[in-house]
Ligand binder design. Sequence first.
Ligand code: BEZ
Length: 250
Amino acid sequence: MPIQQWDPQTYARNARFVSDLGAGVFELLAPKPGERVLDLGCGDGALTEKLVAAGCRVIAIDSSAEQIGAARARGLDARRGRAETLPFKAEFDAVFSNAVLHWIPDAGAVIASVHRALKPGGRFVAEFGGAGCVQTVRLALIDAANRRGLDGAALDPWFFPTEDVYRALLEANGFTVQAMKLFPRPTPLPGDITDWLETFAQPFLGAVAEHDRAAFIQDVRAAVQPKLFDPVGGWTADYIRLRFAAERRG
Ligand code: BEZ
């Protein structure tokens, strides 16, 4: 399957809202000075920096070498690694994650890996895309891919679970859920939906023949425009978030 890659400059231009909108989950974490915190999927480190400013001792992990470079340029302890295979054992008071977990299909492996990394009683606090997230865009992407003879559903990289599904996964992997909320968060975009597609929908774009890619993007844009574009307000993506706090049992 074509993969998603992150370019720190494109990310900063088209996706800064992702960390800017992380205040709610940051508040749910309520980081305390001196705590050891793992920032899982740190991206360019914008929120990691806030954890450090709150007095936490933070290690940041990301699978993207480019984003790790950007996070290190902020002076952060950022390391390349995968959420499913974290190399830590009972080391952290908290694992924090914003806008990452929907990119990893094996949610059970991630949760088990986070469980190992946490001290007993440690907390796992995260926010990511929940059931129905970017549904308008997702259906348009799948449809435009299908029309080209591709298997659109198979290209779809996102895992957007319901509350029930994610709660069951947490409980089955040794967590007690303390808070969980699925909520719509319509998200005004800083530019055109085409910028969002180029930044976030690479697994679809990479599967389309290069000579057809611009037409593919325009097809998706035209399909979603009636629902997501307003001549005064511009483009708004139909995000739905799942935010939770859970505690490692035993
Ligand atoms: C996000 O970063 O939150 C996101 C990315 C792709 C699809 C939906 C949400």
